[in-house]
Design a protein around this ligand. Sequence first.
Ligand code: NDP
Length: 302
Amino acid sequence: MTMTDTVQEQASIIDGKAFAAGLRARVGRQVAVLQEKHGLTPGLAVVLVGEDPASQVYVRSKGKHTREAGMKSEEIRLPDTATQEEVLAVVDRLNADPSIHGILVQLPLPDQVDENAVIDRIDPAKDVDGFHVINTGRLQVGLPAMAPCTPVGCMMLLKDRLGDLSGKRALVIGRSNIVGKPIAMLLLAESCTVTVAHSRTVDLAEECRRADIVVAAVGRPEMVRGDWIKPGATVIDVGVNRIDAGEGKTRLVGDVCFGEAVRVAGAITPVPGGVGPMTIACLLANTVTAACRQAGIEEPAG
Ligand code: NDP
């Protein structure tokens, strides 16, 4: 037996942080071309209602990256007592503002504001989160659509790793409208054989063992174990869960038990540093796409 026979091979770690940095740099180059050739500066508006600490962190980060890419960034903050009419009035104003090409309303919204009504009010052309039913429907039937940012980010990482996805067995764990379902649609569009699992799935471990690609979007810390993973499979962990790390500290973990899965998978995204950074980068990319479509300009390669 040689030394290498005894050493447990490890999956390659998919570096979402580095990939996202590359994508943001590309967006920056696209913005420079749009400004120089067409006098067009893509604009993104983010609406934050209330004081949710996690949402505040996301919104600050979105604003910073938007400005760094050379785009216009507008932040609208409303108190957590804001009425639905007040939120809708902000959306109406942004819909009518020609310097704003993308509108994102940070979720969750306070109880008195109906999320669906707010998303419905966003002009589908400016819906850079891809949550409007028009965009969901267009994605479903294979028409050009604004696709949700986290799912698009997952697909970029998968295609970068695997190239052609056609014929691969893909398991998506989670069926939410913002993550699980759109990822399933995007995988199907790449000709994967897709299974969507959820809380009523019988024998999830067995479903997982058949999959060449596992996308976990559940919100349950380290639920997917190493012995659920088919050797060599590609694992995309969307989950972000804060757990107690002892001594009054917390740490972030995904929906996959990374320490176990990394010994079996062929490639795996870490948490943090995997899917997370891709979301904002894809938001910027969607805003450039939206700006070009609204101006009737072909999107520069970047
Ligand atoms: P939701 O709570 O909306 O959906 C969770 C899904 O997981 C549901 O479909 C649910 O099934 C399913 N589920 C729950 N328990 C189980 C179980 N025991 N076995 C199998 N399936 C189960 O969450 P989201 O889709 O919004 O988010 C999922 C995770 O992704 C979260 O950790 C979230 O923080 C993270 N996230 C990360 C982002 C990023 O940028 N990295 C962006 C968005 C989300 P059912 O439908 O039957 O209830």
